[in-house]
Design a protein around this ligand. Structure first.
Ligand code: M6R
Length: 618
């Protein structure tokens, strides 16, 4: 989703801004722009629809100036176009702004500004909600306010979450940042005689590991020597920065053609790292350290609700299954965007677990607020991003150790989230006395096989590629699974949709005959997940029903399963796993199938159209 960068120092700002934006490309965007200010107040604003290379080509010779802001836009209000791209300036051209988030009341604010200055009506330069922001700041400045006061007044008028970077043409020595709500973050980066702004850490990577994350409601004034933060009703202060650990090698694509492929292959490592030290066998313990909720608190929990969106929701569905099976406590899952606008009954004594790889998904953050405001229930977040907004909202965090995930499609963070949920189920089960030493040891030993299950799944890449080549032209897929494999069927369908642009539906196999079967014919391939678990026979019946409609069947089951192989048109054998662990065996295969279909179709796998890595708007 939208990305923000900023720079003030002695170097030429333009190339630094462009490089920072390149590092945010993975978030997904449809247009981009930079604004650079030189010491004499000469302003250059350059924006382009399309990729950053289009912007670079349009810029030609880089404008002079040692202060600037930049943006990658993911359209919400108004089509992707040059004029809707950020930065946006006030009508005077003095105040320049880039913005993440949505101004929900922008229509009424436009009307307010138009009414105050009728001659300005119809002079809006874009269709965006953002354009009201520089205009509102300029209006406040005209009333004699300082820039910080003007930003504060502007924030007070905006409905919805916003993250803003800005500057004033008259002052090339400063850039400003502000945050209201959870529209993604703003990070201030500390250099030597130069300072940076970014919505995400990767943009700061080559420059600095010393950062400050702006908190909700803070406004920062940044010059080449540092930053001063303004909070409501408090004196300005120099914030305490901290060191972050970002390995530059980890964000490079290495020998892989796409980040997604690299990240699929990093899954065994991501899993081992996430599990390391958290699944101890002698004596057995799960998540014993670094976990802020006590056994007493976990013992008093009577119901667990797991929430998330997209791939994280599919992890939540599997987490629900494990919490019921392993911890023996009622559990449910919910789509965060729906949950937050209902009045669900989640008690008594609930524990809410949010799964969000980015920790910045607005739907999930909104649901966490809903939980806090309505029930004050204890909350745990499972996330890959330390310091993300979700970690600040939760009472306890389980941090994945997957390393940066650049591909828009979640892969290694999915298996990492699964490992964290499994460990959490063990921890709750242990705290509640459901698992004795022997049972806990057995559960943990099973989890410790997960990295090798995934590793062996990766060896099936060639087979996945062969099968994918037969279905490059398919317009639809139905993906069937049962029990704990049903969420994997949904994840398979999501992957087909998002990177292969193939319409796909993930269904519980028992549901097929209640409607979807009407779709089936020779042109409608069905992917069937059918490992030898308790529901294998039921899956075999479903496959028979598919075959009877002459729909091609791609079956994924245990390796060496001759019966399944015979029934299917194509068969992929994954390593046999314990019934609770089959998601780990199946996941690499469904990811690789979607990847190879997308590859054969020549699609932009790491940055699929219309998608964003972190969804910070509703
Ligand atoms: O950062 P989150 O895990 O909260 O993101 C949730 C979804 O937006 C995300 O899983 C999305 O569905 C991915 N593109 C899936 O690959």
């Amino acid at each position: 989703m939208c990305g923000i960068v900023g720079y003030v120092g002695q170097q030429s700002a333009g190339p630094i801004l462009l490089e920072g934006l390149q590092r945010l490309e993975y978030r997904g965007y449809d247009s981009s722009g930079i604004a650079v200010l030189d010491r004499d107040g000469a302003l250059s604003v350059l924006k382009r629809q399309g990729k950053l290379r289009d912007l670079e080509a349009a810029i030609g010779v880089m404008p002079p100036g040692a202060a600037g802001i930049g943006h990658t836009r993911w359209a919400t209000h108004g089509t992707p176009s040059d004029r809707n791209a950020h930065p946006h300036a006030s009508s005077s051209g003095d105040v320049v702004v880039v913005h993440n988030g949505i101004v929900e009341n922008y229509r009424s604010l436009k009307a307010l500004l138009d009414a105050a200055k009728p001659e300005r009506a119809r002079s809006w330069q874009s269709e965006t909600d953002t354009e009201v922001i520089p205009e509102l700041i300029a209006r406040e400045l005209n009333q004699g306010r300082s820039f910080v006061e003007a930003m504060r007044a502007c924030l007070g008028l905006l409905h919805g979450a916003s993250a803003i970077a800005a500057f004033h043409r008259a002052d090339p020595s400063r850039i400003y940042a502000a945050r209201k709500g959870s529209a993604g973050g703003i990070v201030i980066g500390y250099g030597d005689g130069e300072m940076y702004l970014a919505s995400d850490l990767p943009a700061l990577l080559p420059h600095t590991a010393t950062v400050y994350h702006l908190e909700d409601g803070e406004i920062a004034v940044v010059d080449s020597q540092g930053a001063v933060v303004h909070r409501v009703n408090q004196p300005p202060l120099r914030p305490v920065s901290r060191q972050v650990d970002l390995d530059p090698v980890a964000v490079a694509r290495g020998p892989y053609r796409h980040f997604m492929l690299k990240e699929i292959h990093e899954q065994p490592r991501a899993l081992s790292d996430t599990i390391r030290g958290r699944a101890r066998l002698d004596p057995p313990s799960a998540l014993a350290d670094e976990f802020e909720l006590s056994d007493d608190q976990l013992r008093s929990v009577e119901r667990v609700l797991v929430i998330g969106m997209g791939t994280s929701l599919h992890a939540a569905m599997i987490g629900r299954w494990w919490i019921e099976q392993i911890a023996g406590i009622p559990a449910d899952f919910d789509n965060a965007s729906e949950f937050r606008f209902r009045a669900p009954v989640i008690g008594p004594s609930p524990l809410v677990v949010s799964v969000t790889q980015s920790g910045e998904t607005i739907d999930t953050l909104g649901a966490m607020d809903h939980v806090r405001d309505r029930w004050g229930a204890p909350q745990i977040v499972i996330t890959n991003v330390e310091g993300s907004e979700a970690t600040r909202k939760a009472d306890a965090s389980i941090l994945l150790r997957c390393g940066p995930e650049v591909g828009v499609a979640s892969t290694k963070t999915f298996v990492g989230s699964l490992a964290a949920l499994y460990l959490l189920a063990c921890r709750i089960g242990r705290a509640r006395g459901v698992l004795d030493d022997g049972e806990l040891t057995e559960r943990l030993e099973q989890l410790l096989t997960a990295p090798s299950l995934v590793e062996r799944g990766l060896e099936l890449s060639k087979r996945c590629k062969e099968i994918a080549s037969s279905y490059t032209g398919a317009a639809n897929f139905l993906v069937l699974g049962r029990g704990i494999e049903h969420p994997i069927a949904m994840e398979a369908a999501l992957k087909c949709k998002e990177i292969s642009y193939v319409h796909a539906e993930g269904y519980a196999a028992g549901e097929m005959k209640h409607g979807p079967i009407a779709l089936l014919d020779q042109q409608f391939p069905v992917i069937a997940l059918a490992t030898r678990g308790p529901l294998f026979d039921k899956m075999m019946s479903a496959i028979q029903q598919v075959s009877a409609r002459q729909a091609p069947v791609i079956a994924i089951g245990d390796e060496g399963d001759a019966e399944l192989a015979e029934l299917a048109d194509h068969y992929i054998g994954v390593p046999p796993a314990n019934d609770l662990l089959t998601p780990f065996a199946l996941t690499p295969v469904i990811q690789l199938l979607a990847y190879h279909i997308a590859l054969a179709r020549g699609l932009d796998i790491d940055q699929p159209r219309n998608l964003a890595k972190t969804v910070t708007v509703e």
